[in-house]
Ligand binder design. Structure first.
Ligand code: HEM
Length: 372
């Protein structure tokens, strides 16, 4: 009997095997304590992610005083998301490229002088933290505080209340002295005659963006380097032709996605494989299991930078598809371009320890040796 518990040692040591067993033996998996049902096959996960009226996010409950986008269904969700997207626009993301590159280069210069180091402490963590600091307009002290809050959030189910004082301070600083960063743009959304964004929606979005970037994007980069070190011939190919990097990053996310699952609640009874899932059941959509489904991908456990893997589910699917996808992809392209150019050879030292986190897949540290 397969057992799925994302913060167990058994899961950390055989994630792909447990996902396979779930898909093959228990596509409607009931947790032993009956608290949730997990869906793991590609078709089931994508169908549920599209059908928000049956698999609801709003029924997950509210967070008092915070309009969290992932706890709202259409049409309220569509309105909120399109309003935020006016400030968090594609152009605002693209404009970050020179700053991301400058940060990546300065971190690589330090790594290069040593020839080896902990890639998380010395590269992926400071890179993503500083990028979010630039995007939202944090002071240096706020960046430091934000980082310690995110570090703590990685090890448990993230609690927005820990972040509220920091984000409130960020918002009041920006109300007093607006600049041209994202926080000011969110605060100014009503100025052009469009709909203004409530302070609770701004707080909630900043929280989601901080976690999405400082935990999830960070882990996606570390997981990618780990895969690259495990497949040196593919890393060498990327060094020879960095234009392959965007596709390679999609494949990295397909194979080692940082977010295990997202939650929904059934709004009505659902029949699946002859079983009835009652209305009101907590559902986990297992993005990682579905992205390794042999019903959807050929030899899914093989890492192949030439695969057209853009149908993976690491960034979600449907209504709540990751709003930060363009930012994550930009950070990854720039980070990997700089890394692969500086270090065409990379190897992992020792056996890195997996992150004991209920919601993130990554490493606590990743000691690597680089060669130019
Ligand atoms: C590789 C990096 C990332 C991964 C793997 C990732 C993963 C995901 C996934 C799986 C979802 C779907 C949640 C659901 O269906 O309930 C999601 C949504 C979301 N992500 Fe990301 N994310 C990443 C980066 C980011 C970044 C950089 C941001 C910064 C803005 C961000 C902010 C959000 C927000 C606010 C949502 C909620 C969207 C909604 O409910 O409409 N994420 N992300």
């Amino acid at each position: 009997m397969v057992e799925f518990s994302p913060d167990s040692e058994a899961f950390r040591s055989d994630r792909a095997g447990i996902f396979r067993a779930l898909r093959d033996e228990a596509p409607v998996y009931r947790s032993p304590d009956g608290s949730f049902i997990a869906l793991s096959r590609y078709d089931d996960v994508t169908t549920a992610a599209r059908n928000w009226d049956t698999f609801s996010s709003a029924l997950l409950g509210e967070h008092p005083g915070l309009e969290l986008m992932n706890l709202v269904d259409p049409t309220a969700h569509t309105d909120l998301r399109s309003n935020i997207s006016r400030a968090f626009s594609p152009q605002r993301v693209l404009d970050l490229e020179p700053e991301i590159r400058a940060i990546a280069r300065s971190l690589i210069a330090e790594l290069r002088s040593n020839g080896s180091g902990d890639l998380i402490r010395q590269f992926t963590r400071p890179l993503t933290t500083r990028v979010m600091g630039t995007l939202l307009g944090f002071s240096d002290e706020q960046v430091t505080l934000c980082q310690s809050l995110t570090d703590a959030a990685m090890y448990e189910d993230p609690d927005v209340t820990a972040f509220v004082p920091l984000i409130q301070e960020l918002v009041s600083d920006h109300r007093a002295s607006p600049t041209d960063d994202l926080t000011s743009a969110l605060l100014g959304l009503g100025d052009d005659g469009g709909e203004a964004l409530s302070e609770s929606a701004i707080l909630a979005f900043c929280f989601g963006a901080i976690l999405g970037n400082n935990c999830t994007t960070m882990n996606s980069l570390s997981n990618g380097i780990w895969l690259a070190a495990d497949h040196p011939e593919q890393w060498r190919e990327l060094a020879e032709d960095p234009s392959l990097l965007p596709e390679a990053f999609e494949e990295m996310m397909r194979c080692e996605p940082p977010t295990h699952s997202s939650q929904r609640v059934t709004a009505e009874d659902v029949e699946l494989y002859g079983e009835t899932i009652p209305a009101g059941t907590l559902i986990l959509l297992l993005w990682g299991a579905a992205s390794l489904d042999e019903r959807a991908f050929d030899a899914p456990e093989r890492f192949d930078i030439h695969r057209r893997g853009d149908q993976h589910l690491a960034l979600g699917w449907g209504t709540h598809f990751c709003i930060g996808a363009a930012l994550a992809r930009l950070e990854a392209r720039v980070a990997f371009e700089e890394l692969v150019t500086a270090f065409p050879r990379v190897s992992v030292l020792g056996a890195p320890e997996r992150l004991p986190s209920p919601w993130q897949w990554g490493f606590t540290s990743l000691d690597v040796a680089f060669a130019g």
